[in-house]
Design a protein around this ligand. Structure first.
Ligand code: ADP
Length: 634
């Protein structure tokens, strides 16, 4: 005891001074002090309301707003509530003892995992020291006959505590802002933080007075400037809300964004508590992951908007709010990811999302189809990365064909079963990645009565691989990867009856006339496809192409990426144009074949036509082709 009836004590930490560590540790994130102190004030207020509702507190509740006051001249920020307050014993217990025993624990853990964050250890209050060189608490408990007390600590483990005169119930926390943190004494800075962290707190948070324009300048009114919406949409009953409410709230969260397609109102009580609203945005081709992120709240206190690792990755494409008291505040990302509650929550959300999609699909398929282009990437992403989601989504996942028609996996299977099963009983899904470039191949396939899928999405390469693994006896083949009869082999191919010498001659005749293309190799192949089938076609082997496609997406695999593209030049030996060339090269020596070929307009013309239909005839070769064609017309 000191002379003026002040009590002094030493805070029970073994470490000489914990504050430098707190400061250093939370340096990058020190703005959270305001969130911590305002949420403590809100908690104290909520507790008082609870006591009042069960009859443990019989006094006047009065105005329960939490007030923030910045005094730039004196360098202080004060957070005042009219909640339950604290008695001297409670300060002793909650501020001096408990907090500091967890401080020890914190220091222990901190050595191991520098990412753990302070609040997990009940050190919320002490985050005040990140920005202050002195902190005072003036508090009076709601309990009858309580004596008001003042606690003061200048950042060393010493504190003083004394009785004071204080009329009003509740607590004021006074921060003496240190030199490095003077920026927090700016009004706009505090406003920014309150908007970020306190926007949806359940108790009004007042920062100064509302202003209005009068005679050309902004003047203060008498009205409190309430910074938050105490009753945000996700805390309300879905039955009381209409579409406009949801759309309005979306605009509030993400001003100037396109209207969302649909939304899910989450409301779970058991086995954990969770509320929230998730929106399906219209996804444009370019996803910008930095815009419109899902916001995570804990009892209406903003926690984070980087939810990667907390919710399954594909869900991060959604927008909206998730609020759960079971999501621990202020813990490290690695801790959150391993937390069992967080895992359960994330599984639950996945289920809700697939249920909702399933429901829309079943009840309003036209709407679902209309929005499929935006939903597709989301659903495919989910199916690729989450087995549980795949199992649920396989019923409403759609395939689009080149005519723009949509089918479920089952429907599509039924559509092509009769006509697109090969001789080994495999179902062959034909697809195109570009309807313009592969136009000839698509129309050849359609002439055969085949259906061709459109697979031009960002994830489709992976998606095709996955479907091949999941669907039994099924293969995906791009329309241009082989001649039409080979895409879906129905019977064993007819044999080619050429002598080796004839093959050699034919090979020489064509390869000698191929234009040089950068990073492209051709090999000549012979097929007996009947007289009326096309004389020459260019195809690209499916397996080789997929290897290249896959490597292009993986950095570091540039070895494959740099390899040339291999194409087949397929000659139909039955076609009269080709058989004529065969007979003309037959018996000729190599040089004579080359000479013959260079003088034979048809060979160049055939090669160019096949390149042209493949989009590969460009520049000088294209120009030569046009000149030659004009000559041929003459
Ligand atoms: P936590 O809030 O995680 O328990 P804090 O360090 O923020 O940890 O606060 C410690 C305790 O101090 C709280 O649990 C509460 O009992 C008490 N306390 C803090 N601020 C207030 C306040 N404004 N009014 C009443 N009690 C408070």
């Amino acid at each position: 005891m000191t002379e003026n009836n002040n009590q002094t004590g030493k805070i029970g930490v073994t470490t000489e001074n914990i504050f430098p560590i707190i400061k250093k540790f939370l340096y990058s994130d020190h703005e959270i002090f305001l969130r911590e102190l305002v949420s403590n004030a809100v908690d104290a207020t909520q507790k008082l309301k609870t006591y009042a509702s069960i009859g443990d507190f019989k006094g006047e509740l009065g105005n329960l707003s939490v007030r923030i006051n910045v005094d730039k001249e004196n360098g202080t920020i004060t957070i005042t509530d009219r909640g339950i307050g604290m008695t001297l014993d409670e300060i002793e217990k909650y501020i001096n003892q408990i907090a500091f025993s967890s401080a020890n624990e914190f220091l222990d853990k901190y050595k191991k995992d520098a990412n753990s964050i302070i609040g997990h250890f009940g050190l919320g209050f002490y985050s005040a020291f990140m920005v202050s060189n002195k902190v005072e608490i003036e508090t009076k408990s709601y309990k009858e006959g309580a004596v008001a007390v003042k606690w003061s600590c200048d950042g060393s483990p010493e504190y003083t505590i004394s009785e004071i005169d204080k009329q009003d119930r509740g607590t004021s926390i006074i921060l003496y802002i240190d030199d490095e943190n003077k920026n927090f004494l700016e009004k706009f800075e505090i406003e920014k933080l309150l908007k970020k962290y306190c926007r949806f707190l359940p108790v009004p948070v007042v920062f100064g007075k509302k202003t209005e324009w009068k005679d050309g300048k902004s003047v203060e009114t008498d009205e409190d400037n309430v910074m938050n919406d105490t009753n945000p949409l996700w805390t309300r009953k879905p039955a009381d809300l209409n579409d406009e409410d949801y759309k309005k709230f979306y605009q509030e969260l993400y001003p100037f964004s396109d209207e969302p397609m649909f939304w899910i109102h989450l409301n779970v009580d058991y086995p954990f508590k969770l509320t929230g609203i998730l929106y399906f945005p219209k996804i444009k081709t370019n996803i910008d992951p930095n815009r419109n992120k899902i916001q995570l709240y804990c009892n209406q206190v903003f926690v984070t908007d980087s939810v990667e690792g907390i919710v399954p990755e594909f869900l991060t494409l959604m927008h909206g709010v998730i609020d759960s008291p079971d999501i621990p505040l202020n813990v490290s990302r690695s801790y959150l990811q391993s937390d069992q509650n967080v895992k359960k929550i994330s599984n639950h959300i996945t289920k809700k999302v697939s249920d909702r999609l399933d429901e829309i699909f079943k009840n309003d398929r036209p709407q679902f189809e209309e929005k499929w282009d935006s939903l597709k990437i989301f659903v495919e992403y989910g199916m690729l990365t989450d087995d549980k989601f795949y199992d649920r989504a396989k019923n409403f996942n759609l395939l689009k064909n080149t005519d723009g028609k949509l089918f479920t996996l089952d429907e599509y299977k039924e559509l092509i079963a009769a006509n697109q099963t090969d001789k080994d009983g495999n179902l062959v899904y034909l697809y195109s990645s570009d309807t313009n470039e592969q136009y000839t191949y698509i129309s050849n396939a359609k002439d055969k009565g085949y259906d061709v899928l459109l697979m031009d999405g960002q994830l489709d390469v992976h998606y095709i691989n996955m479907l091949e693994q999941k669907l039994e006896k099924s293969r995906f083949v791009r329309v241009d990867s082989d001649i039409i009869d080979n895409l879906i082999q129905k019977e064993d191919a007819k044999e080619v009856t050429l002598t080796d010498k004839q093959k050699e001659g034919l090979n020489e005749a064509f390869t000698s006339q191929l234009p040089k293309l950068d990073k492209v190799n051709f090999s000549v192949d012979y097929k007996a496809l009947g007289q009326s089938a096309q004389p020459i076609q260019i195809t690209q082997n499916e397996v080789m192409r997929r290897m290249k496609d896959a490597s292009a997406m993986q950095p570091g695999m540039s070895f494959y990426g740099d390899m040339p593209d291999n194409y087949n030049l397929v000659l139909n030996v039955d076609n009269p144009l080709i058989s004529k060339i065969i007979s003309e090269v037959d018996g000729k020596e190599k040089e004579d074949v080359v000479k013959y070929a260079s003088e034979n307009q048809n060979i160049r013309q055939l090669i160019d036509l096949s390149l042209l239909s493949n989009g590969m005839l460009k520049g000088e070769s294209l120009n030569n082709f046009i000149k030659r064609s004009t000559d041929l017309i003459k």
